[in-house]
Design a protein around this ligand. Structure first.
Ligand SMILES: *Cc1c(COP(=O)(O)O)cnc(C)c1O
Length: 461
């Protein structure tokens, strides 16, 4: 047996909220005055039902029937054993991957996109606005809005807009409007264009434009939507790990040794790993690894601080590992992992020692992705290649130690829209960019006067 599917009626009916079980509670987000933000301060940006989820301390949160019906279109997703990769490596380890690439948009992102669109619609919202870097989140939200009949507008970072024209076509096919950012349609965009008409754009500028459009709509029927980082996004993704636990049981596995996910804003990693982290908190021995690019080493080289989620400093100050909100990452191909911050929930799990991060260079990642494509047949997203590389490292370790470890990783998306990176790799044009301690130090200069984030932990892990 190499694959386990679940029946539709075996889909998890509740999401798991790690906030309820963290051994030391998270620090609150802070407003511009340095005081904790209250839920109503976020009301112009997000609908109240999602804000309630954002601050919830309930361990289990019911998935509404209306959202389950949307998820059934592609869920439950299969859990597969990478037997051919195991053979090629000659490892005694058993390697499993949860295949999130089978969603209509090609990644895990629709898991939260359909939930967010559904809650917004429930709240009476007619239009969602968002930003997208590489285009994966913009596609996922466009898809979700199409299913629910919501209007959708996506500000896409100009350089990606020009380099990845097919992403825009996907979004438009689902009925969304996709425009390059900076644009003349917002004050934030016009300000940037006036100073620098040829700018390639950035995620920070695109976020500012999207939030501005949402909060200035006078009908009050427009909101903003974010594809990662926030607590409610991590929550919606836990369906991945909850399904995976049932599937591992059907494979006959009694114990998992290693859980791996690539980490940009943290959502696919959290989605697979948080349900396993609950077991770790309850005494099981599991190694849980978020993997990031060596060129954007948020968890492995940056400090735990209070910082903004965007360059324009429109978001509250979040307690997280951060390279500084105006950090501009090297042009690696894993666009979805080029983010300066990290989900506060994932950050607190790392502070506590429940997760042990790893940074890997892009050449090793592409080499791993090539081996995976040649053995298992799936061409993974450049982001996902980080998880594949870590799984291969762990399988080789198991071989050296002669131990039959059980390794599971999240196959967060396919790479069929990102073949330029593979082409560049095969032509020998890619290189590694490793960020030095000095560069990290310089990148953090701008947040010097910010409130300090205390690293609180039990010391148990
Ligand atoms: C967006 C994306 C990521 C990174 O985002 P996270 O929130 O860290 O999961 C990883 N893999 C794929 C395929 C993506 O589209």
């Amino acid at each position: 047996m190499i694959k386990v599917f679940l029946n539709e009626d075996e889909i998890p009916k509740k999401w798991y909220n790690l906030a309820a079980d963290l051994p030391t509670p998270m620090l609150p987000p802070l407003g511009p005055d340095g005081k904790p933000v209250s839920p109503d301060m976020l009301a112009p940006v997000f609908p109240m039902n999602l804000i309630e989820q954002e601050v919830s301390q309930e361990r289990w949160i019911d998935i509404p029937e209306g959202i389950l019906e949307l998820l059934y279109r592609w869920r439950p997703s299969p859990l597969q054993r990478a037997v051919n990769l195991e053979k090629a490596l000659g490892t005694p380890a058993r390697i499993y991957f949860k295949n999130e690439s089978l969603s209509p948009a090609g990644s895990h992102k629709p898991n939260t996109a359909v939930a967010q669109a559904w809650y917004n619609k429930e709240f009476g919202i007619k239009k969602l606005v968002t930003e997208t870097g590489a285009g994966q989140w913009g596609s996922a939200l466009s898809f979700a809005c199409a299913l629910l009949g919501l209007e959708c507008k996506v500000y896409m970072v100009r350089i990606s807009f020009d380099q990845k024209p097919f992403r825009k076509v996907m979004m438009e096919t689902w009925g969304a409007k996709c425009i390059p950012s900076p644009s003349p349609e917002t004050k934030a965009g016009r300000d940037v264009l006036e100073k620098n008409p040829d700018t390639p754009g950035s995620l920070g500028i695109a976020i500012s434009e999207a939030i501005e459009e949402a909060v200035t709509d006078e009908t009050g029927k427009t909101r903003y939507s974010l594809g990662s980082v926030l607590n409610h996004v991590m929550l919606h993704q836990t369906i991945i790990g909850l399904e995976a636990k049932k599937q591992l049981q059907k494979f006959g596995e009694k114990k998992v040794d290693v859980v791996i996910g690539c980490a940009g804003g943290g959502s696919n990693f959290a989605g697979l790993s948080f349900p396993f982290m609950a077991d770790k908190i309850n005494g099981e021995k599991i190694e849980i690894i978020p993997v990031e690019p060596a060129s954007c080493p948020t968890l492995t080289k940056a400090p735990f601080v209070y910082d903004h989620g965007d360059i324009a400093r429109m978001t509250p100050l979040l307690p997280m590992y951060s390279l500084g909100h105006s950090f501009v990452p090297s042009p690696i191909h894993a666009g979805g992992l080029r983010y300066h911050g990290m989900s506060p929930l994932v950050s607190q799990a790392v502070v506590e020692g429940l997760a042990t991060p790893l940074a890997i260079n892009q050449l090793e990642c592409y080499s791993a992705a090539m081996l995976f494509a040649k053995t298992e047949g799936i061409i993974v997203a450049p982001e996902t290649s980080h998880a594949v590389a870590a799984a291969i490292r762990k399988a080789r370790e198991a071989k050296e130690e002669g131990k039959a470890r059980v390794i599971i990783f999240n196959l967060s998306g396919h790479g069929l829209m990102d073949l330029y990176g593979y082409d560049a790799y095969m032509q020998g044009k890619l290189k590694d960019y490793e960020m030095s301690k000095d560069e990290v130090h310089d990148s953090l200069a701008e947040i010097k006067g910010y409130p300090k984030a205390e690293m609180r932990k039990t010391g148990k892990w």
